[in-house]
Design a protein around this ligand. Structure first.
Ligand code: NA7
Length: 546
């Protein structure tokens, strides 16, 4: 926006608000949202809990934390210059490099001046008369804003298990999401880790190289597949840069915005030999190919899924020497790909090490955390370090940790008690001027690719309102109900939506989050974009603006 237009916009805005827009969170979505809203000439402020920026890539400093998406599909695409300047080191970037990238972006676009760190938003209350939001930060400071954009992430509300005695442990203990900046030295130590999700898998395979002894407490094994990571040579990076238009276009056409899209064939249509060869090839393919690039019917047809699971189970049996341990590592309560598949690098081989023990807590449940370790039903094990890789209150959890109240004091948590209800994943009816970047039932997939789209859509709607002097933008209850029903209908038949995992909003440590729910838009990102674009082109149907 040019200066003249920015000044025009300024005069149309009500001066009684401190900020035209507040963004909650300085992660991947929040940083880009700041860039875009500032471009509109708005007074924007970001409040961020952390002392640094990056969201997921700020908090998750645990050993081995890295992308499972190809690095060169994860960076921002809005600036050609940025694409040209940044060199990724590995095909699947490790956390420190990714954090450096996001800091580089913030510096390049001078974003820091509008970010207030160490500032957790604890409440946001809508004032219908003044048409503004009142925000409260931890510590009691208040601010007002016309619009709020939540960029709170989908996996940011970390959850500790509800095991008795958790405070009694006298050694070092940490949730992976709260790993300290100064790191924890596990070399030679006795380490216990609870959890076997994607985070635990990355942690386990990394620390197994240096620990004295490692005990893995597993409740539900997952289907893990090789990441097949490698370094990016300077020549390769030149080639990637030359191919960015093609790479980004490819991401836009696949359902989840990865470079991997489903194979058009059905697993049940090809011969067993063809199937086997295809799966063997996928096993050697870097990234999410196994999950996102598999046969078309593998995630919807039970018979096809069973075959894919058998292939995966065979691989585990081949790689783990002790077949009793291998059996424990093979998921029994869900088929291949029904939960997010952790990508690994010699994870299964860790269980061939003499200093690694796998404890199936279904056989011997954890009874308590003691002063010196973990007590299961059969014995107590002593540890120097306990790692909680116990996941998140996903998708809605970060919203519920803020006291958000809309018209007539309606609590968002209450409005969503039976599951989230949104319009396009962006609006919740009764919460005017609150827009969710990557909200529930929106287009959550390859994060940066889909966040960029979401942020741009949000920017357009805010710009539309401001240019017309509209100060009240809300979804109609009918539009929110219709969208929610649409999302539920689309999600039926997708095996992933039947199983408890963070993708279906399940965390067994959180009350009321035990049963799977459809939490994500399942129609593929191209269809999501088509829908949102049509809404915008029609002048924002489903919204009331005044
Ligand atoms: P996940 O995938 O939700 O995994 C959490 C793990 O913690 C999972 O194995 C849980 O077992 C386990 N857990 C939680 N509480 C307990 C108790 N009380 N006892 C034993 N085991 C427990 O979170 P991650 O952080 O690994 O990954 C989240 C996403 O972040 C990942 O998919 C990537 O997209 C990035 P359960 O399965 O509930 O039996």
């Amino acid at each position: 926006m040019d200066t003249v237009r920015a000044v025009e916009v300024e005069t149309r805005l009500n001066p009684d608000v401190e900020f035209d827009a507040v963004i909650i969170g300085a992660g991947v979505a929040g940083l880009y949202q700041l860039y875009r809203l500032r471009e509109l000439g708005l007074r924007v402020q970001v409040f961020e809990t952390g002392s640094g920026l990056g969201g997921t890539w700020y908090w998750n400093r645990y050993p081995g934390a890295r992308f499972d998406s190809e690095s060169w599909t994860y960076g921002y695409s809005f600036s050609k210059e940025l694409l040209e300047e940044w060199d990724w080191e590995e095909h699947f970037s490790a956390q420190p490099h990714t954090e450096r990238y996001l800091n580089y972006v913030a510096d390049k676009f001078d974003l820091r001046r509008n970010i207030q760190f160490n500032s957790r938003v604890v409440a946001a209350h809508w004032d219908e008369t003044a048409r503004k939001w009142d925000l409260e930060l931890e510590g009691g400071v208040h601010h007002t804003a016309r619009f709020i954009v939540t960029a709170v992430g989908v996996l940011s509300a970390a959850v500790m298990p509800t095991i008795p005695g958790i405070d009694k442990f006298t050694g070092i203990s940490r949730h992976t999401h709260r790993w300290p900046k100064e790191d924890i030295d596990v070399a030679g130590k006795r380490v216990g880790i609870i959890g076997t999700g994607a985070t635990a898998v990355q942690t386990i395979q990394t620390i197994a190289k240096s620990v004295g002894h490692l005990t893995v407490f597993q409740r539900t094994p997952n289907w893990c597949f090789p990441l097949n990571n490698s370094k990016i040579s300077p020549e390769e990076m030149v080639d990637i840069k030359a191919r960015y238009p093609e790479i980004l276009a490819r991401c836009l056409e696949t359902p989840s915005c990865y470079i991997h899209g489903p194979d058009p064939r059905n697993a049940l249509e090809v011969t067993p030999d063809e199937r086997e060869a295809f799966w063997e090839n996928l096993y050697r393919t870097p990234g999410f190919g196994q999950w996102q690039g598999n046969f078309n019917d593998v995630l919807t047809d039970r018979a096809a899924n069973k075959l894919a699971s058998e292939f995966a189970a065979r691989k585990i049996r081949e790689r783990v020497k002790d077949q009793a341990v291998a059996e424990k590592l093979i998921p029994k309560n869900h088929g291949f790909g029904m939960r997010r598949i952790p990508l690994e690098t010699r994870y299964y081989e860790v269980y061939n090490q003499p200093n690694v023990e796998l404890v199936d807590v279904n056989d011997t449940p954890i009874e308590s955390i003691t002063m010196h370790g973990i007590k299961t039903s059969d014995r107590e094990r002593e540890f120097d370090v306990i790692i909680y890789a116990t996941g998140f209150d996903s998708i809605t959890g970060a919203f519920e940790r803020i006291d958000i109240r809309g018209i007539d004091g309606l609590e968002l948590k209450q409005a969503w008690r039976d599951g989230p209800e949104t319009y396009l994943g962006v609006f919740a009816a009764g919460f005017p001027n609150l827009l969710m970047a990557m909200g529930p039932h929106g287009g959550l997939s390859n994060y940066t690719r889909t966040a960029e789209y979401g942020v741009e859509w949000i920017t357009d709607v805010i710009s539309f309102a401001i240019e017309r002097g509209l100060t009240h933008v809300d979804a109609t209850p009918a539009a929110a109900t219709e969208w929610t029903e649409h999302v539920h209908t689309l999600g039926e038949g997708l095996l992933m939506n039947e199983v408890g995992s963070w993708m279906t909003g399940v965390n067994r440590n959180v009350e009321g989050k035990q049963a799977p729910r459809i939490m994500r838009y399942s129609g593929g990102h191209p269809a999501y974009r088509e829908h949102c674009d049509a809404v915008a082109a029609a002048g924002y149907t489903g919204l009331t603006m005044s």
